[in-house]
Design a protein around this ligand. Sequence first.
Ligand code: ZN
Length: 302
Amino acid sequence: MNEENLKHLKEVLSIPTMTWGEDLLINYLEEYCVKNGLIHSVDEIGNVYVTKGIAEMYPCVVAHTDTVHQLVDMVVNEEMLPNAQGEIKLSLKAYREDDGSPTGIGGDDKAGVFICLKMLEHFDNIKAFFPVAEETGCHGSSKADPEFFSNVGYAIQFDSTENDTMSLTLMGVKLFEDDSEFFTSVKDVIVEHGITNWYNHPYTDTMKLKELFDFSCLNFAAGYYKYHTKDEYVVVDDVQNTTDMAVKVIGILGEKKYTYNNKSLLSDGYSYESPYDYDDDSDNDNDDGDWVNDSGYSDVFM
Ligand SMILES: [Zn+2]
């Protein structure tokens, strides 16, 4: 990654944001859009919608603006830490400004936000969607504006872990058809970039978009490690790798609609194996219940 982009990545990762406390990052995105002359709007709950260029059909990139961490001022340090293959790589990790203790960097999903900004820089015609409150139940993407998505051909989210993963399904909902033109045309590029672990994942926003709309979706690794912990870190090369891959993938898929209507759960044989217990509404957000781990935080959302 070049100096300028590394500086930009650190800048984005340094912005404190949490579920229903995304204001600083929303303001940053608005200022970014103003500076770069991008059409943008923010809806009543804080979802940010960006449009660049004029096209009949747009690719749309997606990353959520909340993190599971606290709103604290942080310092982002460069450290040498292992990637998924055990290689020691330049990484970014965050520490509290007041007492120097680790505070999660929130690469989940600020690394994804950074990759989306790179896509907005690279392509002439593209949309970006930055929903709030993913981590407690995809509340932002549940309210996604149908008008904005009416001319979206497909959506690509950057909210999968480490450097080699992507989602096949989210809570059993398929994001794309395996033997479709949508997937077969980009499969080789995905594999060449080392994204070889394709998982049945828990929730993230593209699942909500898949439920609401009729286009195909992908969800790629964003380069974050130990997500949802204070020791979370981001491997710089991995963010660059997904950025490079996404440029190729969107270049191949182009400004075209890839319809995929399946919204249903996979057949009865499918089971999502969660290590977490289903609990009552522990986060008091007035939904029916939450999947929680020992820390008490819902961990069924990526
Ligand atoms: Zn996430």
